[in-house]
Write a protein that binds this ligand. Structure first.
Ligand code: PMP
Length: 349
């Protein structure tokens, strides 16, 4: 039998798709994936360990109960996912397209739309990375998207979108508006969760990944229970494993620890912004998240030089010309990044 041409065998929409880049480049200082540098000190109970022969709770009821208390919403309004990525996937499977989002933004909205064979529509942000409300509203009216994704704070630009603009989009849209709050814990803006009472087409997406538990792969969505019921139909059975459910539950009981981590990251963000501002030729963008987007000439070469110095940041220049994105790490990691960047800039001038 001759080896099949797998690319030709793949569905048309998969052939032209590029896989999400989650490259593992070993580096001493890892500031590329918007993880928290602080791992909470959690432990699994003997009860969880003694039940490893059984499937996990298919609904994640204990965790949903804790989340429902935390956010004052009904348990039926919550759905858990193997990372919020999986929930984005399930939303698009359940409701289909067109799927609309501002660009640049989190690339999975577009990648998943294409993978499923739905139309993804990117509406450019303004030059200061704020929403182009006029264009967004016109596109929503004309194209009637089933789902609009708004990452606020936005990845990779770091800014939160104006609350009034999001509310206006909620008012005019007949489809679902997903406010992706992966980075909300680091923001000065309040969560949209209380707005669920006002807008039945709103869905708020959250994750444990950015607050110290990326390894768990655990995200959740809070929305109208009718919307949750539809997404639940396409959710794979036992999508969230027992270890992640138990550890996430424990982390919710020890909120002070994760809040302390967030506080340290926000304080460090101010310090790193100040440092970047003092470097010649570096333009940093205001950030409400646990990362900072910055621009400088020869970003590709600087990215490579940083890796050689043992510091890994994310090269965003395919999406935004001459842009790199640095995640806020521990004070020592941030100092190592700033020192390395300063040296590289000096050597190149
Ligand atoms: N939304 C946004 C805006 C993100 O940046 C990310 C991760 N980079 C995710 C969702 C997915 O997070 P996770 O699957 O780890 O919950």
């Amino acid at each position: 039998m001759k080896k099949p041409d797998f690319s030709a065998l793949a569905r048309q929409n998969i052939r032209s798709l590029t896989a999400y880049e989650a490259k593992e480049i070993p580096c001493r200082v890892k500031l590329d994936a918007n993880e928290s540098p602080y791992a909470p000190d959690l432990a699994l109970s003997s009860q969880v360990m003694a039940s490893l022969n059984r499937y996990p709770d298919p609904q994640g009821l204990a965790l949903k109960k804790a989340l429902s208390k935390e956010y004052a919403v009904a348990e039926r309004q919550i759905l858990l996912g193997n990372g919020s990525d999986e929930i984005i996937y399930n939303l698009i499977i359940a409701f289909g397209g067109p799927v609309l989002y501002p660009v640049p933004t989190f690339s999975m909205y577009g990648i998943i739309s294409q993978a499923i064979g739905e139309q993804g529509i990117g509406i450019p942000l303004q030059s200061d990375f704020s929403l182009d409300l006029r264009k967004m509203l016109a596109a929503i009216r004309k194209l009637q998207p089933k789902i609009v994704f708004l990452s606020s704070p936005n990845n990779p630009t770091g800014n939160s979108f104006e609350r009034k603009a999001i509310e206006e989009i909620l008012h005019v849209s007949d489809g679902i508006i997903v406010v992706d709050e992966a980075y909300q814990p680091f923001s000065k803006e309040k969560s949209f969760i209380p707005e669920l009472k006002r807008f039945s087409n709103l869905a708020v997406l959250r994750t444990f990944s950015k607050i110290g538990l990326a390894a768990l792969r655990l995200g959740y969505i809070i929305a109208d229970e009718g919307m949750i019921a539809e997404v639940n139909k396409v959710r794979l059975p036992y999508n969230v494993n027992a270890l992640s459910q138990a550890l996430a539950l424990e982390s919710l009981c020890r909120k002070t620890e994760s809040r302390a981590g967030v506080k340290k990251i926000v304080a460090e963000r101010t310090r790193v912004v100040k440092e970047l501002k003092s470097m010649p030729g570096v333009e940093s963008c205001p950030s409400d998240a646990n990362f900072i987007l910055f621009r400088l000439s020869n970003a590709d070469a600087v990215h490579k030089a940083l890796i050689r110095s043992g510091v890994l940041v994310r090269n965003m220049s395919v999406m935004i010309p001459d842009a790199l994105r640095v995640t806020i790490g521990t004070p020592d990691e941030n100092a190592a990044f700033c020192a390395a960047l300063r040296t590289i800039i000096k050597e190149r001038s």
